[in-house]
Ligand binder design. Structure first.
Ligand SMILES: NC(=O)c1ccc[n+]([C@@H]2O[C@H](COP(=O)([O-])OP(=O)(O)OC[C@H]3O[C@@H](n4cnc5c(N)ncnc54)[C@H](O)[C@@H]3O)[C@@H](O)[C@H]2O)c1
Length: 382
């Protein structure tokens, strides 16, 4: 089995998720390639955090607080970068220019200009395999929806609704962090955080967005500061986008709503997709991650049926087919897809791959258009 030696830059929430996925590689018995984490970089590293990484990734040989040292390490073949958005351009471009393969976190650049710079660097180094995360595509129900889209099962699309709803910021006494400051998180606010995940199905489906009308809300403008007092919370909490979309195959126009909300009472981590078509309609939400609802219309009675998806995955797993699937499984599948493709493997289906760099440009165009739409209170042509 081929081993790809990884360096992790950014050892926070997502850096740890990668270590956990790599430690469970034995779940994917058909893989001909596996990751080995050999280097770590974080701007500040507590001894406890280093101990956790070393205990769970025992091949780590380099720990540094400067990503330049990690990129200078010839032992590192590939990089997973999970740093705040204001560091994406510098770190991603440097990693690719150093000849490393890269899986970069979303939104793949703090804004459209940063994203364009990353794409330009990726194009200049075709030997580097560069992708962006897109783990929601790997949920079994979403894989099934992807296959239905490939087969044209929906007929004419009447309407589609996608969104990601949290209530993590409902509590006004939650202290400020980098995700709530525009300087570090970016002007997109909640769109940059949640939007790339939401757009993974529309983009992979090949839908094109012609116009967007956005309403953005900054609901809680101040939060407790890290060092006491209050701090400005200047990012958009919630975004509601009404888009005019076209089906890439038929060019039919349909409304697409895109909701990314950090303050959505009653929600914790609700990523959803609904597609209504003349022949088939589907509804899915991570609130019931194993359930796919389908309505097939053949002129007779209309009735939603509910399928318990179990572990119907793109990359075979040792988990029995009837066992439930969770978001950690989606991350593992996504990592499987990244390494499978890096190793020259073909994607088993169009929807079973990480986001390509050109796909990230699509959501940057949308979110930039949404900022303009909100500022001008008008619909924007993309
Ligand atoms: N795929 C997902 O589901 C998902 C979920 C959460 C966050 N993210 C994305 O992952 C990235 C990181 O988010 P997170 O939640 O892990 O954040 P985090 O704050 O938990 O971790 C980021 C880490 O990077 C370190 N860091 C900051 N600047 C650095 C630098 N210049 N060099 C080295 N280390 C540096 C910080 O000290 C911190 O430990 C972001 O792009 C975010 O949008 C993705």
């Amino acid at each position: 089995m081929r081993t790809v030696r990884f360096g992790v830059i950014g050892c926070g929430v997502m850096g740890r998720e990668f270590v956990s996925a790599a430690a469970r590689w034995c779940h994917l018995p058909d893989m001909r390639v596996r990751p080995e984490i050999v280097a770590l970089c974080n701007r500040t590293l507590s001894p406890q955090r280093i101990d956790w990484f070393k205990a769970n990734a025992p091949r780590i040989r380099q720990v540094t607080d400067d990503w330049r040292n990690l990129l200078d390490n010839p032992d590192v073949e590939a990089v997973y970068a999970a740093v705040p958005h204001n560091a994406h351009q510098e770190v991603y471009c440097a990693a690719i220019s150093a000849g490393k393969h890269l899986l970069g976190e979303k939104p793949f650049g703090i804004d459209k200009e940063a994203n364009a710079a990353i794409l330009k660097t990726a194009a200049a180094y075709p030997g580097c395999f560069v992708r962006c995360v897109s783990q929601f595509l790997f949920i079994p129900a979403v894989q099934r929806i992807g296959r239905m889209l490939e087969e044209g099962a929906f007929g004419r699309i009447i309407e589609a609704n996608v969104g990601f709803l949290h209530s993590s910021d409902l509590n006004p006494s939650k202290p400020i962090n980098w995700k709530r400051t525009a300087a570090v998180n970016g002007q997109y606010g909640c769109m940059g955080d949640l939007g790339p995940h939401v757009m993974s199905v529309p983009i992979r489906a090949g839908w094109r967005i012609r116009t967007v009308r956005a309403v953005l809300s900054n609901i809680i403008k101040e939060r407790p500061g890290v060092a006491g007092g209050t701090a400005a919370c200047d990012t958009w909490d919630n975004a509601t986008l009404l888009c005019e979309a076209t089906d890439g195959v038929s060019d039919d126009v349909f409304p697409l709503t895109v909701r990314t909300q950090r303050i959505s009472p009653g929600q914790t981590n609700n990523w959803y997709v609904q597609i209504l078509g003349t022949r088939t309609s589907v509804r899915f939400s991570t609130r019931q991650i194993n359930t796919l609802e389908i309505l097939e219309y053949d002129g007779g009675e209309q009735s939603w049926r509910s399928i318990d998806m179990g572990h119907e995955v793109a990359y075979p797993s040792i988990t029995p087919r009837i066992h439930q699937f969770g978001l950690c499984d989606a991350l593992l599948q996504m990592w499987g897809a990244y390494l499978h493709e890096l190793d020259g493997g073909q994607l088993p289906t169009r929807f079973a791959g990480c986001a390509r760099p050109d796909e990230t440009a699509v959501f940057h165009k949308l979110f930039s258009g949404a900022l303009l739409s909100h500022a001008k209170s008008t619909s924007v042509h993309l």
